[in-house]
Design a protein around this ligand. Structure first.
Ligand code: 4NP
Length: 149
C-alpha cells in the first residue's frame, strides 16, 4: 500500500507525518509526502521540523519538498490532508470518483471530530512543532491500526 501525506508547503506538517508513519508501518508500505504549493520545491524540511523529529529519533533531513501531481492520484492508495483548505485543494485536482475516494482529512481518518485540522506551525515556535508532532504521532497510530486490521 502507498500512502501520501499532504500539507501546504511540504516543509513542516507532511514531512513530519511521513517520517512518523514510516517508523510505524512495515517496510512493504511506501510513505511519501507532498504540498499543494510549489513555493518550497526542492527544499529540505523546515529546520524546526527536522529538530523536532530528531528529538524523537526520527531523521527527516533528507526529504525534499515537492508539489502534488496528477500521477499521485493513480500511484497512491490513500492521500491524507492536514487541513480543510489543503483537502479542498487536493479534491479540486481529482478527476474521478475513484481518485476522490482516496482523499481524506488526516485527523478525521484518525477518528477525531469532523473537520479537525493539524494546525500550521510555520508561523509558530518549537513548542508548536512539538504539539504538531504529538498530534501526528497519535493520528498515525490510529491510521496504522486501521490499515493493518
Ligand atoms: P506546511 O507549513 O504546510 O506544514 O509545510 C507551511 C510552510 C510554508 C508556508 C506555510 C505553511 N508558507 O507560507 O510559505
Amino acid at each position: 500500500m502507498k500512502i501520501l501525506m499532504v500539507c501546504l508547503g511540504n516543509i513542516c506538517r507532511s514531512p513530519l507525518a511521513e517520517g512518523i508513519m514510516k517508523t510505524k508501518l512495515p517496510e512493504n508500505f511506501f510513505v511519501d509526502s507532498a504540498g499543494t504549493i510549489s513555493m518550497h520545491e526542492g527544499k529540505h524540511p523546515d529546520k524546526r521540523a527536522i529538530k523536532t523529529a530528531s528529538n524523537h529519533h526520527i531523521d527527516i533531513s533528507n526529504q525534499k519538498s515537492r508539489p502534488i501531481t496528477k500521477a499521485d492520484f493513480e500511484t497512491f492508495d490513500k492521500i491524507y490532508c492536514m487541513d480543510v483548505d489543503v483537502y479542498g485543494d487536493v479534491i479540486s485536482k481529482t478527476r474521478n470518483e475513484d481518485q476522490r475516494r482516496k482523499v481524506s482529512l488526516f485527523l478525521e481518518a484518525a477518528g477525531n471530530q469532523k473537520n479537525a485540522e493539524v494546525p500550521d506551525p510555520y508561523w509558530g515556535d518549537l513548542n508548536d512543532f512539538e504539539d504538531v508532532f504529538q498530534l501526528l504521532d497519535k493520528g498515525c497510530d490510529a491510521i496504522k491500526n486501521q490499515i493493518l486490521s
